[in-house]
Design a protein around this ligand. Structure first.
Ligand SMILES: [Cu+2]
Length: 118
């Protein structure tokens, strides 16, 4: 009996852990010049934010994953890195960029995304 109960709890935990958390990530894009990127479950959402070229870029990261893996976001090639607070929006400001793709990732490169500038 106890074993069954334990099994059920474990199954519930597994389901909870792997259940896609879509509702949180739906409001990812704002109409204004800003872009919100949700950091959770091993992915940046959206994974490929698109921003216009030639004007300053504001990317707001909302880190919902408390694990240290998600702590930093780094922009390769731009020499930009930021420490993200948990459950608090953090806005990263980037200078105007030329059209192209700018990869970004966590410090372990498990979270990966690409900023698309066009
Ligand atoms: Cu990581």
């Amino acid at each position: 009996m106890l074993v069954n109960l334990l099994g059920l709890v474990l199954i519930a935990l597994v389901i909870y852990w792997f259940w896609p958390r879509h509702p949180k990530a739906t409001k990812a894009t704002k109409a204004s010049g800003e872009q919100t990127i949700v950091v959770d479950g091993g992915v940046y959402e959206p994974e490929r934010p698109v921003r216009p070229a030639g004007q300053p870029i504001r990317l707001t990261f909302l880190r919902q994953d408390p694990s240290p893996c998600a702590q930093w976001v780094q922009f390769e090639g731009l020499d930009v890195a930021a420490e993200l607070p948990v459950d608090k929006a953090f806005t990263l400001e980037l200078p105007p960029l030329a059209p192209g793709e700018y990869p970004f990732h966590c410090q372990m490169k498990m979270y990966r995304g690409t900023l698309v500038v066009n």
